[in-house]
Design a protein around this ligand. Structure first.
Ligand code: ADP
Ligand code: ASP
Ligand code: MG
Length: 412
């Protein structure tokens, strides 16, 4: 039997009615002749609630226990989905990550999938089971501890299963009907794309477009998984949604194809650091060791042998970053005057493979932000994206201004 992977995100399994609605979609695929692997997220809001409970109990929590707690939301929906399918007379059972076993690294809260042995699930398919329901987002480490794959990780579970089982397609059912030029919740002018290149989706995802987890796009690209995003609330068929595919498959070409944002960023500046060889290593080593995802970095011109070093990181890592810096200072590895924090910033980025061959994108971006009187705090660029750090209160405005400036509401 051909295999299909269907993933349902949090809003698609938010209550029993929605689980039933998702199960109907699964039934249709079973009737078309597929064996289906269903990956489920936790009910919407559940993971946030669990994360909140962990932080309230222990602000600098043990990541192994964080994973034990936050993975639990998916266990509930996996069981409920299997029961719902059984009530429809479809042979189904649930699997938690460790039962598969979905093996991961032991990088708790952001573990990577290492292996998905097929034997257990294949055996059940051979015995007549039609649907394997797997709890997304979770796995097990070599040490036998429960791990999670980072927020949004069920997308990655889905693509990894599609690769491991050579599925015909990996369908990601969510609360929007495809991938848009920007988050359709920020501007009504956002336009749905029929197709998007892996490279572009990879950038958009890593710059904050949470419609797909970055790692899921990486895996789909590497293992040539046919990856599609579509709505769980509408009637859908083989042509619905947005296909993530190779660049060559896409006719439409714009210099900029999307705008992404990351709302909860922080900017930290170490004032008056000695400007000497090895200072960057002395600062960013302990940050890496502390698990801080440092993003943008700026080192000022130095005066009298001292300089300021600025970096950005997710706002919920500020406490850990601060601790890592204070400890490095106490150990005498670095010396700085003050640690200044700005926790009210966000990152807005424009992405497009067309940038490789077009000049002037940065100038156009800065012009559009100037017209809205938005001050840029940090800039970073790569081959196919430009990002700016700005005050969070201007985020929506900046996204809309850039979407307009690059004509993204119009078809190419
Ligand atoms: P799920 O719970 O199904 O995994 P997510 O909330 O993780 O859903 O992702 C879907 C959301 O991603 C949408 O509701 C939308 O607000 C957001 N999003 C951000 N950027 C985009 C984009 N470019 N296209 C579509 N949706 C986007
Ligand atoms: N429930 C997890 C989260 O909210 C994983 C997912 O939904 O993909 O991050
Ligand atoms: Mg998601």
């Amino acid at each position: 039997m051909p295999i299909l992977v269907m993933k349902f995100g949090g809003t698609s399994v938010a209550d029993l009615d929605r689980i039933r609605n998702a199960a109907e979609k699964v039934r249709r695929e079973v009737e078309r002749g597929y064996d289906v692997i269903v990956i489920v997220s936790a009910m919407s809001g559940k993971t946030n609630e669990l994360v909140g409970w962990v932080s309230q109990t222990s602000p600098l929590f043990d990541a192994r226990e964080y994973d034990a707690v936050v993975s639990s939301g998916e266990n509930v929906t996996a069981g409920l989905m299997a029961l719902t399918l059984q009530e429809m007379d479809i042979p189904a059972r649930s699997w938690q990550g460790w039962q598969v076993p979905l093996k991961t690294t032991s990088a708790h809260s952001s573990a990577r999938i290492q292996e998905i042995p097929r034997a257990n699930i294949d055996q059940k398919f051979a015995e007549g089971m039609k649907v394997a329901v797997v709890a997304g987002f979770q796995g097990i480490s070599d040490e036998g501890r429960i791990t999670t794959l980072g927020r949004g990780g069920s997308d990655t579970t889905a693509v990894a299963f599609a690769a491991a089982f050579a599925a015909e397609r990996c369908d990601i059912y969510t609360d929007v009907d495809g991938i848009y030029t920007t988050d359709p919740r920020i501007t009504k002018k956002a336009r749905k794309l029929e197709k998007i290149a892996f490279e572009e989706m990879l950038e958009l995802a890593s710059l904050g477009a949470k419609v797909l987890q970055t790692r899921s796009v990486e895996l789909a690209m590497r293992y040539k998984v046919r990856l599609r995003v579509l709505s769980s609330f509408e009637e859908t068929d083989e042509t619905s949604g947005t296909l993530v595919c190779d660049e060559e498959e896409i006719m439409e070409s714009k210099v900029v194809s999307g705008v992404a944002y990351s709302r909860d960023e922080a900017k930290m500046t170490l004032l008056s650091v000695a400007d000497r060889p090895g200072i960057a290593a002395a600062i960013f080593g302990p940050l890496a060791h502390g698990g801080i995802n440092v993003d943008m970095i700026v080192q000022n011109v130095s005066a009298d042998g001292r300089t300021d070093m600025t970096f950005s990181c997710p706002v919920d890592q500020v406490l850990r970053a601060e601790r890592a810096m204070q400890e490095a200072k106490e150990r005498g590895e670095i010396n700085f005057g003050e640690l200044v924090q700005d926790t009210e910033v966000c990152k807005v980025s424009v992405v497009g493979i067309g940038m490789r061959s077009h000049a002037g994108v940065a100038a156009k971006m800065f012009e559009a932000l100037k017209a809205e009187n938005i001050n840029i705090k940090v800039i970073s660029t790569s081959e196919i994206k430009i990002s700016v750090l700005i005050d969070r209160k201007y985020m929506e405005l900046a996204v809309q201004a850039l979407h307009d400036a690059f004509g993204l509401d119009e078809a190419a």
